[in-house]
Write a protein that binds this ligand. Structure first.
Ligand SMILES: C[S@@+](CC[C@H](N)C(=O)[O-])C[C@H]1O[C@@H](n2cnc3c(N)ncnc32)[C@H](O)[C@@H]1O
Length: 213
């Protein structure tokens, strides 16, 4: 669902930094060759993620749900010198494409591309994170939050994508859909957790931003 009228979307795009060339190439190739390309963050959300990263200026980022690597490359723009991103995806078929773009971006030593189930990989990571991006299987969002909250430094951020789920979260008829139910449960959980300050940004499909107090 498009939450904004088309003319407003176009106006926003016109008044937002242009998509960097490598990201435009990755965006194009994803739409040409990969299943479910609308999963990719895209121009405007990508610029927002880059802006968040510049504002936070993180040393360590964890991304859950790499897909073709678009959001990881956006987050890399705001990393501190010597900073690192761990990104995880369960789909091994995506790995060659992700690695190719990480190489093209010159970020081989910056982005650690893990292939496997995030529920198994996250407990093995020993870093403290300044920023975590949750963008994988919706039914595990709350589990991911529980796995990462103690690995985030005070003042660090946990951002979760797709929390508006095309508007289904306010559609009573969607109550039995497991993804919708999981996303609603996630937002309720974050909203009730005193360890974090929360703001739901109505950007694209909804970004729930939680700052660890
Ligand atoms: C919405 S896409 C990520 C989009 C990407 N962050 C971006 O903005 O371009 C979700 C990804 O999560 C991955 N995924 C689903 N379940 C997973 C799991 N249990 N562990 C790791 N990755 C998973 C999928 O394979 C898919 O590539």
């Amino acid at each position: 669902m498009d939450f904004l009228p088309e003319a407003i979307e176009a106006y926003v795009a016109q008044h937002t930094e242009k998509e960097p060339a490598l990201l435009a190439e990755l965006n194009h190739e994803t739409w040409e060759k990969v299943l479910i390309p609308r999963m990719l963050s895209g121009h405007i959300q990508g610029r927002i993620l880059s802006m968040f990263s510049h504002m936070i200026n993180p040393k360590n980022i964890l991304e859950i749900g790499t897909y073709t690597g678009y959001s990881a490359l956006c987050f890399a723009e705001g990393l501190q010198a010597g900073g690192k991103i761990h990104t995880i995806d369960i789909n091994e078929e995506l790995e060659p494409m992700v690695s190719r773009y990480i190489d093209k971006a010159g970020l081989k030593d910056t982005i650690m591309n893990h292939v496997g189930d995030a529920m198994e990989i996250i407990p093995k990571l020993t870093e403290t994170f300044d920023l975590v991006f949750i963008d994988a299987d919706k039914t595990n969002y709350s589990n991911y939050f529980d796995l990462v909250i103690d690995k985030v430094r005070p003042g660090g951020y946990i951002i979760a994508d797709n929390v508006l789920w095309s508007g289904k979260v306010v559609d009573e008829a969607e109550n039995n859909d497991p993804d919708t139910a999981a996303l609603k449960a996630y937002c309720t959980k974050i909203h009730q957790d005193d360890r974090v300050q929360d703001v739901l940004f109505p950007v694209r499909d909804g970004l729930m931003v939680a700052r660890k107090k």
